[in-house]
Design a protein. Structure first.
Length: 170
């Protein structure tokens, strides 16, 4: 039975354009095989306080081309391990977008989101509807809703979990 994708409410961490995977998790930490330890270094250079201040269901918001650079799955995994409930950007690098869903990290594309949400604001994200509500003024930002296939991956916790739950049963 698939899990329900409940809306998440958290603090917005707003970034600019072209946040690459090395900014999310530096290459020097890729030899650390413990994701909890690795997550202590998330956004270490662009936002040194992120790892110590991020809370469960906080939301990373960015401009264009979030997750460019290498194809490492560690980048979306450390965001999940950090407690990030969702990443919303104006656009994603293609491989990061795919890796995010593969590991069960909700991603949403919303035009101009990095200009419309202020850093530190509380937002509620309904990934099923493709919306973000800014709690301070009740503005609702609309993105393109995700296809059922992507929602199903998220409900199961990523591609491997989805495979085990669906294909692996046969």
């Amino acid at each position: 039975m698939s899990k329900e994708l409940k809306p998440v409410t958290g603090r917005a961490w707003v970034f600019g354009n072209n946040v690459d995977t090395d900014q999310i998790i530096q290459g020097q930490y890729l030899t650390v095989l413990d994701y909890a330890e690795m997550a202590r270094h998330t956004f270490e250079i662009p936002r040194p306080v992120f790892a110590s201040k991020v809370k469960k269901n906080d939301v990373v918001i960015a401009g264009r081309n979030f997750g460019g650079g290498s194809s490492r799955e560690e980048a979306p995994k450390v965001l999940l391990q950090s407690g990030v409930g969702c990443v919303i950007a104006e656009s994603f690098a293609r491989i990061f977008y795919r890796n995010g869903f593969n590991v069960g990290l909700p991603l949403l594309i919303i035009p101009n989101v990095a200009k419309l949400v202020k850093d530190g604001e509380t937002v509620t994200v309904d990934i099923s509807k493709g919306t973000v509500t800014i709690r301070s003024n009740s503005d609702i930002l609309h993105g393109k809703p995700l296809p059922d296939r992507m929602l199903n991956l998220l409900r199961e916790g990523g591609a491997v979990a989805w495979y085990k739950q669906t294909v692996g049963k046969h």
